[in-house]
Design a protein around this ligand. Sequence first.
Ligand code: ADP
Ligand code: MG
Length: 700
Amino acid sequence: VKSAAMAGTDLDDGETDELADEIKVTLQRELQDQRKALPVYKFKDELLKAIAEHQIIIVVGETGSGKTTQIPQYLHEAGYTSNGRRIACTQPRRVAAMSVAARVAEEMGVKLGHEVGYAIRFEDCTSDRTVAKYMTDGMLLREFLGEPDLSSYGVVVVDEAHERSISTDILLGLVKDVARFRPDLKLLISSATLNAERFSDFFDMAPVFKIPGRRYTVDIHYTVAPEADYVDAAVATVLQLHVTQPSPGDILVFLTGQEEIETVEEILRRRTRGLGTKIAELVICPIYANLPTELQAKIFEPAPPGARKVVLATNIAETSLTIDGISYVVDPGFCKVKSYSPRTGTESLLVQPISKASADQRAGRSGRTGPGKCFRLFTEHSYAKEMEDETVPEIQRSNLASVVLSLKALGINDLVSFDFMDPPASEGLLRALEDLFALGALNSRGELTKTGRRMAELPLDPMLAKAIVASEKYGCSEEMITIASMLSAGNAVFYRPKDKALIADAARQRFFNAGGGGDHVALLNVYTEWEQSGHSAQWCVDHFVQSRTMRRARDVREQLVALLERVEIERRSSAGDLDAVRKAITAGFFRNAAQRRRDGSYRTVKSWRTVFVHPSSGMARVDPPPRWVLYHELVETTREYMRQVTELKPGWLLEIAPHYYQENNLDTPEPKKAKSHGQDAAAAVATEKPSLSLKDFFKA
Ligand code: ADP
Ligand code: MG
């Protein structure tokens, strides 16, 4: 009886297997057909020939021509990996690295992480057999630390070079140097825009290989008058397009970040619900960096027959990801841009008008598969007269401390003569050196110290890295890496459903009130309780904590544990001594100290900026608020807000950072009049906003 039943099952399984195999074969054939339809395919042989003949090549092609997904496969097929060396393909964006790797694995019919893999910070999805490694540019930069000649790679593709991210810019200088002493290394610099000459010049007149793109005409429409609220305008435009424009034809909307995308998603859902059954379904697909991987794939799925897809994306859809089937682009003309003031040492993310080059890229997304339409929610005058031609390279508007630390760790001491494509301002470099000196990472001659070497091993911002290194002294490395993991796992630790906002807030405040004097230890409390619950998902639900963030924090923590061993820091718990933990944090973040003023605002101790406690901080509900605090970061919205705030004892600043603070920095009386006084003038300059605000843009 048993064997008959077994035979029956075998037969069934055999049939399903066969069916599954058949589907697989059909899908694979379709994929291969799609590959052959990409513009780059026709140039495959020519491209391989050029690569064989030249060590360095600049590849330029319209977004969607197949540069990222195809070229590494061509190289692999042509035997560039048969010597056991890999192909690296760098991406400025985490999501792009993951998504593209998944696609290429699918095309090659292999499991992601096997022949094709990706590596992003705190996540390595590769194995010994990986031949094509998609990775963030920052990850390859880190690999230089362990392997300065990049000997595991036979080809390096610096992709999306036109984005000019800070890590890409540094990579360009480093790989140029490596190519000189490794003639066997092939280097491809790939860019979407046509300013390839800059890259060619930088690489000693390397040949430019152009992949002629297919581009259909794109009708561009501008608003007649500036829009007062571009979010509203974007929603209205999408709805209007949806009800008036023929299907098929998907819509792509460019927004500035997760919050905005969520707002638009919610409004669209609400408004389409009332449209009745006569109107086709609108499938809403958001895409931003912190979106769970499962949902990221959704943007590539075609809408069901009769329905229309609207993709709500950040800048990521400008060139890094190509979504097929887009006929309409809605472009409010803004993006979030990092900006940095070396004078005050503050970095902020600001919503700013995009450049003309960006606007043109965005418009082009609608004309890939047929004629498209782009709706610009700004005036033609703004485009012609107000927008910059190009976006300023990130290296010229960023805090350079992290980069300088990496370069020093690579033995590059003379930063001024480093081969930058566009050198950063010397003021910014100087500031970075000062900061690293203050953190004890450099000595007074600008050389890397032992502390600095340990900090450089940790893939974290130098301040956070210093806090971890300092935790050795205060005997609290276990607590400190937990806090660092929670800070690195993303801002979304808690969630707050609208209908349960009060309970959620109370749940959140409980972690804060459990002791520890601030948000940092509150994060530690969250993690500890979650761990005690056996990493329970139900615990997360009960406490309004995002279990995805917690799982990520656990992954990050595991890696930090391994790194502690590498930099030889003993794992020790302070066993409830939370002052020790706060002191370790202070050792990294002493620069972010602020003192409360009578009006309830805070003033940063050294740079005299007026800042406020972020409403999401547990500190916002402490009465009276502490006189001295220390924050993790500033976020600028309507005001400058401190995020992750912890109470500080002012004596600690003198004890822990005596080289940075003197007695007279502390307890300065409140300025009566903010006039003509030298320091106040400096403070006034310090609080000056360097960039155009939204309001100014619309007024203009
Ligand atoms: P390029 O790098 O030149 O901009 P890509 O190689 O990224 O072009 O994309 C080529 C094509 O591959 C796209 O048009 C799209 O059809 C497809 N593609 C890329 N990534 C994905 C993905 N994650 N899922 C589905 N299709 C994808
Ligand atoms: Mg690409």
